[in-house]
Design a protein around this ligand. Structure first.
Ligand SMILES: [Zn+2]
Length: 405
């Protein structure tokens, strides 16, 4: 039988979404092989069996680990400007709100993004996507949310479409026009919802420019009533929905995510145990973002807070947190938050696929998309210890080579 490509290596692939606290179901084949036809995996098994297949390309990574391509389910990688100097203010002990008062924070990114050209936005975002791929990422979610007016958010959606077209990895597009309230709508959140957020949802839906709608649900941003209005509107239009919930304080975001059966609720640092239990009951994924603590200089939380939930890990890449390595996020989740290495691997593969409602990625399995990553390590434990420069040797998305590029 003829196939396009055989990838030989030590197969380590989660098989099912993992509920934190339960035992992971993982396929391990010491001398394994993934057989690929076109964009799909045809078979996964022993090298001794599959080597008889007729393949023009055989990639021999014996002794190295082959995993599903990694999935980053939460980034804000589409923006202009540079806020690295805010680190010096953080080192002086200034918080998020004080930095914003001095002209920094999200509003400075909004200003730079509104002024940037379409080409600049596409170019810088593609560069960031390329950086993500260096740690084995083959799927990345990217949000809008730094233009905060109808015209600007539409431009960002169109830029995302262009990034998706030009990128070697899979890009999922999220409309986050409800990221913050811009200066011109200060104190008029409902007006902003009506005149900007709902209109951008209409546009995204009509032009198929986003898979998801997201809301930053926090006091001072969008309250739960506003979030509910926005998310229900998105769902009624056939879009999928997720939300930034309970990051700064418990304002009922997790409960709302459960009530609306969203695909995921993200952040959740301050979520109540009741809210998290509701999410677990309704099958809402928890997207945990370890770099958010790190870049805000806050002490890390324990991952055990999320026991009982399907937990995914993301980088939360944004102008205030330019950490682009998902394997480093795994490293941080294990060393600082107490996650097990196998839980971290599930969190960036099969669980992250669920957090993005993707049904045929995140697992090395016959019929699934041919997305894989090969690392020069012995197993997922060593992968987690190598948090800095990624030991990535090779990666593939939809049967096409991503790294080396
Ligand atoms: Zn975020």
């Amino acid at each position: 039988m003829k196939v396009d490509c055989l990838v030989r290596g030590r197969v380590v692939s989660p098989l099912k979404p993992l509920t934190l606290g339960q035992k992971a179901e993982v396929l391990r084949i010491e001398d394994g092989c993934v057989a690929i036809v076109g964009e799909r995996i045809m078979d996964v098994g022993e090298w001794q069996t599959l080597k008889t297949l007729d393949a023009p390309t055989v990639l021999d990574f014996s002794g190295c680990v082959v995993t599903p391509g990694l999935i980053d389910p939460h980034t804000h990688a589409l923006f202009a400007g540079n806020r690295s100097h805010e680190l010096l203010l953080k080192l002086q002990g200034l918080g998020y709100k004080e930095i914003a008062k001095r002209g920094g924070g999200i509003r400075s990114t909004v200003k730079a993004t509104r002024q940037a050209s379409f080409e600049e936005l596409v170019h810088t975002t593609l560069k960031r996507v390329h950086a993500f791929s260096k740690s084995g990422v083959t799927t990345v979610e990217i949000k809008t949310g730094y233009a905060l007016n109808v015209e600007g958010e539409i431009t960002l959606l169109q830029a995302l479409k262009e990034v998706e077209k030009k990128s070697k990895v899979r890009v999922l597009k999220t409309l986050l026009s409800a990221h913050a309230i811009p200066e011109e709508y200060e104190g008029r959140a409902w007006d902003y919802v009506k005149h900007v957020v709902l209109k951008t949802i209409d546009y995204a839906c009509l032009n198929s420019l986003a898979q998801f709608v997201d809301v930053f649900c926090e006091p001072g941003y969008f309250d739960t009533q506003q979030a509910k209005t926005i998310l229900e509107y998105a769902l009624s239009k056939g879009l999928k929905a997720k939300m930034h919930a309970d990051e700064f304080e418990d304002s009922g975001g997790a409960k709302l995510a459960a009530e609306l059966s969203l695909v995921s609720a993200d952040h959740l640092e301050s979520a109540s145990s009741e809210g998290l239990s509701e999410m677990a009951r309704r099958g809402v994924c928890a997207v945990v973002l370890p770099f958010t603590f790190h870049c805000s200089m806050l002490p890390p939380q324990k991952i055990s807070k999320y026991a009982g939930l399907c937990v995914a890990l993301g980088t939360d890449y944004n102008p205030n947190c330019t950490m682009d390595s998902l394997t480093s996020a795994m490293n941080y989740a294990v060393y600082e938050m107490g996650m097990q290495p196998i839980e971290a691997l599930c969190a960036v593969t099969v669980n992250a696929a669920r957090a993005l409602a993707l049904e045929d990625v995140g697992v090395l399995k016959s019929g699934y998309r041919a997305d894989l990553a090969v690392f020069d390590v012995e197993d997922e434990v060593e992968l987690v210890t190598r948090g800095g420069n990624s030991p990535l040797l090779f990666s593939m998305c939809n049967g096409r080579v991503v790294c080396p590029s």
